[in-house]
Design a protein around this ligand. Structure first.
Ligand SMILES: O=P(O)(O)OC[C@H]1O[C@H](OP(=O)(O)OP(=O)(O)O)[C@H](O)[C@@H]1O
Ligand code: HPA
Length: 183
């Protein structure tokens, strides 16, 4: 399947590659200002956050350490219980460190609500969240988010790390899928 064919599966482009890069540049400036004079560890949540981690990190004109976590939500059924399991933990001891969790989307909020309290229990100097997208109407657990790219409607979105059945992660834009994809 060639690239144009994949693009045809998007019924509506919400954010173009250029809009995403511009917004990440703005968030990077805020982060540089807020963490000036402090070491910073950014933590990406696999797999969806790979793109935003790579581009946000390169938008920062300062030193930053990068680490990764992988989390299982036990499938969609139990996801609503908020029960999650760590598949890959940090390699870094975050005691006394300033930690910024980077993800591409907050939907129900269950993943990052759980993760924030998990990381907070390790006694870091601070834990904050940066997400490219947030769906306020879908939120089931309150999550304090310091940096948000955009709030979006409660629609399923793909591209730029976001998948539907493991596809579309490598699209440069973010959009919604045509109904023919689901049928
Ligand atoms: O707010 P929530 O409803 O908890 O959803 C947000 C989580 O869902 C996505 O990950 P996903 O489980 O799709 O895994 P992936 O990153 O491997 O695609 C996203 O990366 C967040 O971590
Ligand atoms: O809208 C979404 N798209 C892809 N993956 C997701 N994980 C949570 N919400 C979404």
């Amino acid at each position: 399947m060639d690239a144009s064919h994949v693009e045809q599966d998007l019924v509506n482009v919400l954010f173009t590659e250029k809009q995403i890069q511009d917004r990440l540049g703005e968030l990077a400036s805020e982060i540089e200002r807020d963490y000036a004079g402090h070491d910073l560890l950014i933590v990406g949540i696999l797999r969806g956050a790979v793109m935003v981690m790579a581009d946000l990190a390169r938008s920062l004109s300062r030193h930053v350490e990068m680490d990764w976590m992988a989390i299982s939500s036990y499938g969609s059924g139990t996801k609503s219980s908020g029960v999650v399991r760590i598949l890959k933990d940090l390699d870094t001891d975050i005691t006394g460190r300033h930690v910024l969790i980077v993800d591409e989307i907050i939907d129900t909020g269950l993943t990052l609500s759980w993760l924030t309290s998990n990381l907070t229990s390790r006694e870091p100097a601070s834990v904050e969240i940066c997400t490219l997208l947030r769906k306020p109407e879908a939120l089931q657990m309150p999550v304090e988010v310091k940096y948000v790219g955009w709030d979006i409607p409660n629609e399923f979105v793909v591209g730029y790390g976001l998948d539907y059945r493991e596809r579309y992660r490598n699209l440069r834009d973010i959009g919604t899928l045509s109904p023919h994809v689901y049928s």
